[in-house]
Design a protein around this ligand. Structure first.
Ligand code: FRU
Length: 494
């Protein structure tokens, strides 16, 4: 008995040392895997860049696949964005976190991949989506390790250049109850001195669910209850943030992303959602799994994944939307606009005023062309049935990409996608901002709707025209800017 008493501290010390050595080896293995992953991407950059459909001012890895944006955060003078990335191919797989960094939210550079799976470990099946918070000055990533789905932590002590998986991983090794559909994509925020976390899930027989946890130290987590449940069978990538005195919950339900503005009861930790609505109005569009952050000036910034791109001989697939600023408007609805900083990308400028659209023939903007453009139009619709613009327009005008407001069906169209939208009485006509980036099109309408689509036009289709149908309309102003690249240095030099 006595012998055992003095042996115990020695035993504990020896097992502690062994665990430490084990963790060191684990971290060394991670570093080796990262090196391999970074080399794989570097080897594919030139080929990816050779694709005329490769976007130049939308965030993406330097080559290969990406999906969800993860962990956007501002730290120590820089914006950081991570995203789901396959460093080995243009299809989903080997989920890792790519990392890009910016000082101005506009110009970015690639940093080495932050996290990649450790073979034979709790995250062997992928570093799935998550978030990043600053805990007492320490940048801390929370992600889902697969499989099975468990919640994990990684920290950085060198200004977010490298990331160390925490020895306590997985910090949430088990689901809080039976009958759940999925258990992933932690979203964490600080409230009343503690940490709160949502995990995307679903409760069988109930529907999609955002499960709420609480912690003092980001390591020991206590399950509280579902913050909210609702439609669909599973919610991925929940986001939850205050906006203009209310709260917004965003979920990705394996279908178009939905948000609800509602009331958060901070004492009971429950959320009563208002009506669920599309965050990007495109029905069945390429926008999915957004992520968000507060900028230092308090603006809520949000990026989504834009699916598609690449293909045979073009080793890339996917990018992110532009940073979108969300606001609660005076009438209680959501405002959505591209971040004002993007004006820094504007180069050559063309302007037209008082353009009469005769209801029959398109008005071609002579001498204006490009495949990376911002176009801002303010159109007095009059009694036209439809007004719009054609971009990526070939010489003869056939098969141009149509971006239009249907004033009868009350829908906004861009390329192959459309969604419900109505110019309201009292609004100053139709104000569109179109961001065309090779194969990516984002349309922002009247400061309160965004529609994302993909287009794959002929390389030489570069023209622009405006038109109205049914009756005349008038474009009060048309501004077109050539847009520059967001990459600080040539991507293959990084
Ligand atoms: C959403 C999603 C997430 C998951 C990640 C895996 O697109 O399915 O739920 O964490 O992608 O790449």
């Amino acid at each position: 008995m006595r012998k055992a008493a003095w042996l115990l501290p020695i035993l504990l010390c020896v097992t502690g040392l062994a665990a430490h050595a084990g963790h060191d080896a684990f971290l060394a293995e991670h570093a080796a895997q990262l090196e391999k992953a970074n080399a794989s991407v570097a080897a594919a950059i030139e080929q990816a860049q050779a694709d005329p459909h490769y976007p130049v001012y939308h965030l993406r890895p330097a080559a290969y696949w990406n999906n969800d944006p993860n962990g956007p955060i501002y730290f120590d003078g820089r914006y950081h964005m991570f995203f789901q990335h396959n460093p080995y191919g243009e299809q989903w797989g080997n989920m890792s976190w790519a990392h890009v960094v910016s000082e101005d939210l506009v110009h970015w550079e690639h940093w080495p991949i932050a996290l990649t799976p450790n073979p034979d470990s709790y995250d062997k099946g992928g570093i799935f989506s998550g978030c990043c918070v600053i805990d007492g000055g320490v940048p801390t990533i929370l992600y889902t390790g697969v499989s099975p789905e468990v919640q994990c932590l990684a920290t950085s002590t060198d200004g977010m250049r490298t990331w160390t998986k925490h020895p306590a991983n997985p910090v949430i090794p088990e689901r809080p109850r039976d009958g759940l559909e999925g258990f992933r994509d932690p979203f964490v925020w600080k409230e009343d001195g503690g940490w709160y976390m949502l995990i995307g899930s679903g409760i069988q027989g109930v529907g999609g669910a955002a499960l709420l946890y609480r912690s003092r130290d980001l390591i020991a987590w206590e399950y509280l209850h579902p913050l909210c449940t609702g439609f669909a069978t599973n919610w991925e990538c929940p986001l939850f943030f205050p906006l203009g005195g209310r709260h917004v919950l965003v979920v990705s339900p394996h279908d178009d992303v939905r948000y609800a503005i509602g009331n958060y009861d901070r004492a009971a930790h429950t959320f009563a959602p208002g009506a669920w609505q599309r965050l990007d109005i495109a029905e069945g569009g390429p926008f999915y799994a957004p992520n968000s952050m507060f900028a230092p000036d308090g603006r809520l910034l949000l990026w989504g994944w834009v699916r598609g791109g690449g293909g045979e001989g073009h080793p890339w697939n996917g990018c992110l939307t532009l940073p979108r600023v969300l606001e609660l408007r005076g009438d209680g609805t959501l405002g959505i606009e591209p971040a004002a900083e993007l004006a820094a990308l504007r180069g050559r400028h063309w302007r037209f005023e008082d353009v009469e659209l005769d209801g029959r023939r398109p008005f071609v903007l002579e001498g204006v062309e490009g495949s990376a453009l911002e176009i801002a139009v303010n159109i007095d619709i009059g009694n036209a049935e439809r007004v719009g613009l054609e971009v990526r327009r070939p010489a003869g005008g056939k098969d141009a990409v149509d971006i239009a407001y249907d004033n009868k069906a009350l829908r906004l169209h861009a390329g192959g996608h459309a969604g419900a939208f109505q110019v309201l009485p009292g609004e100053d006509g139709l104000q569109l901002r179109v961001f065309l980036d090779q194969s990516v099109v984002e349309v922002y309408a009247n400061g309160r709707a965004a529609l994302t689509t993909r287009v794959y036009p002929d390389e030489n289709a570069l023209g622009i025209a405006l038109y109205s149908k049914g009756r005349p309309a008038r474009a009060r102003t048309v501004d077109v800017w050539a847009m520059g690249s967001i990459w600080n240095t040539r991507e293959n030099e990084q």
